[in-house]
Ligand binder design. Sequence first.
Ligand code: FES
Length: 124
Amino acid sequence: MSDTFRLCHVDELPEGCSRGFDPLQQGQDSVLLVRWQGRFHAYLDACPHHGGTPMAWRKDAYLNAVGDRIVCHAHGAQFDIATGQCTLGPCLGQALTRLPIEQSPQGELCVPCHPLISKNGDNP
Ligand code: FES
């Protein structure tokens, strides 16, 4: 198994957009990716308010209406896109789990496998 999961190519996610990924092929997205102010930010799709609740209200819908915060649609927690810190809602002081992004010279975006595998309780 590779040490990283490929998410997408940089050209596949426009500025100001978010997208979910299911790298473990479990039928539910476990990673979210946002392109914001020219940078990519990846987090586990797991709200810290209630033990890893998936946050999108529909496929790829992770942002608020103006696109400047990640939102958990279960209870409305808002998170800073750049840091993952909760800025509003029931989990103030907590943060999303950031995933480091590796970008290949060809523009492929990848995240490491181990945070995803450990989240599911499996040994790599
Ligand atoms: S589970 Fe995310 S705000 Fe409650």
